[in-house]
Design a protein. Structure first.
Length: 174
């Protein structure tokens, strides 16, 4: 029965991820988009602001399980480390990123795909890598996107996106 319930919860989380996240204790603001996300074992330690997008495969880790190694030592037998994760307003968290305990991601920030965020992200920052480091400001990122926006990016807003992107890339629709 427990396996069925776990599977049922997984299906619900994919169909209505915001509703599911709130149900398990994640605090979520307005106008957010969540894809397949792992909120870990303490989802009630996670706060997400307004207008935040969290893409697929993102993992929130709210505790340091590595303390397992030192708990056999009498002095460290009760050591368990937890940390809140706070994502401020207007942020984007890229595919497959990992957010570690105690991290705050400042407002108007972008975490690039595959990043491992080990410390706070200052506001208006783009971070990338393992460990994640600032690579630009959001305004510099925006200017670069505007300056280098290829025609196929604009095609995303056309009615027949597939046909338009393939046309621009020089391919015929199959």
């Amino acid at each position: 029965m427990a396996i069925f319930k776990a599977f049922s919860n997984l299906i619900k989380s994919k169909k209505r991820p915001i509703e599911y996240a709130r149900k398990i204790g994640v605090k979520i603001g307005e106008n957010c988009r969540l894809l397949s996300t792992n909120f870990g074992t303490e989802p009630w330690l996670i706060e997400i602001g307004d207008h935040v997008e969290i893409t697929g495969g993102v993992h929130f880790i709210t505790h340091d399980g590595a303390t397992w190694v030192i708990r056999d030592n009498e002095r460290a037998k009760d050591v368990i480390k937890y940390g809140k994760i706070v994502i401020k307003d207007n942020c984007f968290i890229g595919l497959g990123s990992i957010i570690l305990p105690g991290v705050t991601i400042g407002p108007n920030s972008i975490v690039a795909a595959g990043s491992v965020v080990t410390k706070d992200v200052e506001p208006d920052s783009v971070v990338a890598g393992n460990p994640a480091k600032k690579v630009s400001s959001v305004s510099d990122y925006m200017e670069k996107c505007i300056r280098n926006c290829p025609d196929y990016d604009k095609a995303a807003y056309k009615q027949d996106k597939k046909k338009e992107v393939l046309r621009i890339l020089g391919n015929k629709e199959e």
